[in-house]
Design a protein around this ligand. Structure first.
Ligand code: GLA
Length: 371
């Protein structure tokens, strides 16, 4: 931050959920990483009565303003709700936010399930904290931004997206524990990378399915008499099968299996066994499709194509589901051919154009120089 000019600039990345699907709000485990792409927020204190939010984008360049002396109000469906919610809760933490202009730019595809919304939240918070010369511990910042999403935007998401956007580390996977809200880092073994392949069908968490799944998971935990599904076992679930609707049983089955598969992947990282890692990812997709029912026809097509492409060790839908993207683990030496093959076969099969983009894990949110 430059104190004389009162400006600050931040960058917050999108994320890939590598494995651990809908486990975060069940106090379970996830492996994730940050992307090199994300959202930049440049904030500048101005002589005005207003706070201006600008979003530079080819699709929807937009400006929004509101009085800096009033409480922000949500507008249903507007992207501005993400920064506004953050402003509201930063103020509740005692931060004074002066009249300013916040300019956002993003090179992250929206609706691809890569958490563009969390990136906007974290970029906003990081820049505004820097403007006032304040700091928050990383997980407190993640929780504040999740609160903006839960209470201001109205999506009951867990902490995965915000925590990963802040804590990501280049070359590493985050093993997140959503009970203790802590994480450990594991290096991604050399010679591997992740392909992210959008299905072309936008994913929107503002839809009701996400919150519905969450309610079903809590219902299962209640019947099983555990604090959260993290504490449930397959045998307890089987024993209680006739006490819950069949659909609730299947949702719980997915979550219990996902937590086990995250543990399998951590063991695979420790043993440098990326074939086992890939197999767990593939099993995760099958479980999403059959038990959690958050896949789509397009995601299933993309998954099938990816796992039958040479050089791919496993694949699964990533993020909330109901659209969005597939993530595949690939051998780096074969990734470029695999990327082309997957896009060509997907176009042939569905008529939808896509691009498989290779990623290695990148660093989390940070401040950038303002000049
Ligand atoms: C979305 C939510 C996360 C998490 C994933 C599913 O990305 O924002 O909190 O629940 O879906 O794992």
């Amino acid at each position: 931050m430059n104190t004389s000019r009162r400006t600050a600039k931040s960058f917050a990345p999108g994320r890939i959920e590598i494995i651990g699907n809908h486990t975060d709000y069940n106090q379970g485990f996830v492996l994730s990483c940050a992307l090199p792409q994300g959202v930049e927020a440049f904030v500048e204190q101005i002589e005005s009565d207003n706070i201006f939010l600008n979003f530079t984008s080819d699709l929807a360049p937009e400006e929004f303003s509101f009085s800096a002396f009033t409480e922000p109000q949500a507008t249903p469906g507007a992207w501005t709700n993400y920064p506004l919610g953050v402003i509201k809760y930063l103020r509740e933490e005692g931060l004074e936010i002066p009249p300013c202009r916040i300019q956002f730019t993003s090179n992250l595809p929206a609706g691809a399930g890569l958490s563009s919304s969390a990136a906007i939240e974290i970029a906003t918070a990081t820049a505004l904290l820097a403007l006032s010369g304040t700091n928050l511990p990383p997980m407190d910042l993640a929780r504040l931004c999740r609160r903006a999403e839960n209470e201001f935007v109205g999506v009951n998401c867990g902490l995965l997206d915000q925590a990963t956007s802040i804590c990501g580390k280049a070359g590493h996977l985050l093993h997140l524990d959503f009970r203790s809200e802590t994480y450990e880092l594991y290096p991604l073994p050399p010679g591997h990378l992740f392909l992210v392949i959008p299905s072309g069908m936008k994913h929107s968490l503002v839809g009701g399915e996400y919150n519905e799944r969450r309610t079903q998971c809590y219902e299962a935990a209640r019947v099983l008499n555990v604090r959260a599904l993290r504490d449930a076992t397959f045998s307890a679930l089987e024993a209680a099968a006739d006490q819950m609707p069949e659909m609730v049983f299947r949702r719980a089955r997915h979550i219990i299996g996902e937590n086990q598969r995250v543990a399998e992947c951590v063991a695979a990282l420790q043993n440098n066994d990326m074939v086992a890692f890939g197999q767990a990812m593939t099993n995760s997709h099958q479980s999403s499709r059959l038990y959690f029912e958050n896949s789509t026809e397009e995601l299933d097509n993309l998954f099938e194509i990816a796992v039958s492409t040479p050089g791919v060790l496993g694949a699964r839908l990533t993020g909330g589901g109901f659209g969005g993207a597939v993530v595949a683990l690939a051998k780096a030496s074969k990734a470029s051919d695999a990327a082309k093959t997957i896009a060509t076969r997907y176009l042939q099969r569905t008529g939808i154009h896509t691009t498989a983009t290779p990623y290695v894990p990148a660093d989390g949110a940070r401040l950038l120089p303002t000049h």
